[in-house]
Design a protein around this ligand. Structure first.
Ligand code: PLP
Length: 421
């Protein structure tokens, strides 16, 4: 047989998927692994969809989406993001932000173009850049800096092949909200080097006590920015597959070409549901955000108490505690937590090398499940610590007998294998 697409064959399967599969095999597992709301889509939205089906809204729609939906998206961007788009030719309704991201990358990337992204990041970014023919260039962000983007590191990563910057605030997996002044500096860099900006703002509504800055609204940004957003997270609508991209017409016209030849249109019924969500869903989002906020505070302080330092991030529905005190690598930690304590979390390493030393815990789970998970995690970390001190004592005893075994206390930090534990 002739070779299949080598670039695609070389992309590793998602590390998150593997953990879902492991967790699914055990019915007693509490999952903090999943990146989707635990709420069902609000009833008024479901009801609007049922009515749409009754009314026979079962056909294709305009390729770029139902005009009324595009009008509502434009109104939303104007009111909440402070940026104006023409619903006739600057908005494309897509099958989730996932499709919008793919369209954006394919519209701007040519073979070998480099796209800067910020690690740890959403697992799809690197593979989607590769699939579009580009080369992902990772710029790391650090826990000690609150996972804020360092503009100097961005400048250092720019080459003559750099075409775009892909960013996400609030971010997955860290929950970090990039401060406005940093976003402004990024826009300045994009202008200076004539780069496109793809801004994934899918978590824009999930912010806690801090404002969301829409990148396209920053002076100088609009003409080179593709704004991606959708209803999956803010309206608990992951399964409906509705998102959108907003950009100047020269960009959306290319995106629309790809969309019309590959997808035709986002699902009609889902677009009808999205119309209801944008017209009347605000109070529902606010209720969910208030619930997430309570869980966010609880989980970050409970994990810190359990020995996993965990500052409370300002956005999304993830916390990203450090597991370094355990001495385990993140994949070892997650695997053992699943095996020994029945709690599923996602190893930080699946979000890029700079995610090592952390795990992602989603608080899009009911409060009692979070409490139960914390009890199990506390017991797990306590057992690890006990075993560590036993080893330390044995190590000292061996050392006192003149043996050559290294006390565990001297083996610290990343890269320590589970067999040392
Ligand atoms: N972007 C980010 C950062 C995400 O975390 C996700 C889903 O987890 C998506 C995009 C995909 O969103 P959608 O369901 O709208 O395709």
């Amino acid at each position: 047989m002739r070779p299949l697409n080598r670039a695609v064959a070389a992309i590793p399967p998602s590390g998150i998927r593997r953990f879902f599969d492991l967790a699914a095999a055990r019915p007693d597992v509490i999952s903090l692994g999943i990146g989707e709301p635990d709420f069902v889509t609000p009833w008024r939205i479901r009801e609007a969809a049922i009515y749409a089906v009754e009314q026979g809204h079962t056909t294709y729609t305009a390729n770029s989406g139902i005009p009324e939906l595009r009008r509502l998206i434009a109104r939303y961007c104007d009111a909440r993001d402070g940026v104006t788009y023409n619903p006739d030719n600057e908005i494309v309704v897509t099958a989730g932000v996932s499709e919008a991201l793919d369209l954006a990358l394919r519209a701007i990337t040519e073979q070998g173009d480099e796209v800067i992204l910020f690690e740890p990041c959403y697992v799809s970014y690197g593979p989607c850049v590769t699939i579009a023919g580009g080369v992902p260039v990772a710029v790391s962000t650090q826990a000690e800096e609150g996972f804020a983007i360092a503009p100097d590191r961005v400048r250092a990563a720019i080459t003559s092949r750099t075409k775009a910057i892909l960013l996400c605030s609030p971010g997955n997996p860290t929950g970090a909200v990039q401060p406005g002044p940093i976003l402004k500096q990024l826009v300045d860099i994009a202008v200076e080097h004539d780069l496109y900006v793809i801004s994934d703002e899918i978590y824009s509504r999930l912010v806690y006590g801090v404002p969301h800055t829409c990148v396209a609204g920053i002076p100088g940004a609009r003409e080179r920015t593709i704004l991606l957003n959708g209803l999956s997270k803010s309206m608990a609508m992951t399964g409906w597959r509705v998102g959108y991209a907003c950009a100047p017409e020269p960009i959306t016209s290319l995106m629309l070409k790809i969309h019309q030849y590959t997808t035709l249109c986002a699902p009609h019924v889902s677009q009808m549901a999205a119309i209801e969500a944008l017209r009347n869903g605000e109070a529902e989002t606010e209720k969910m955000v208030a619930a997430y906020d309570v869980r966010r505070r609880y989980l970050s302080s409970a994990l810190t108490d359990a020995g996993l330092p965990c500052p409370a991030p300002d956005g999304a529905f993830y916390v990203f505690p450090s597991i370094e005190p355990t001495g385990l690598r993140s994949d070892e930690f997650a695997e053992r937590l699943l095996e020994e304590a029945g709690v599923a979390v996602v190893p930080g390493s699946v979000f890029g090398p700079s995610g090592e030393g952390h795990v992602r815990c989603s608080y899009a789970a009911p409060f009692p499940a979070l409490e139960q998970a914390v009890r199990r995690i506390r017991q797990f970390t306590r057992q690890l610590a006990d075993r560590r001190s036993d080893r330390r004592r044995q190590g000292i005893a061996v050392a006192n007998r003149g043996g050559s075994c290294t006390p565990v206390a001297e083996l610290s930090g990343k890269g320590r294998s589970a067999t040392c534990e």
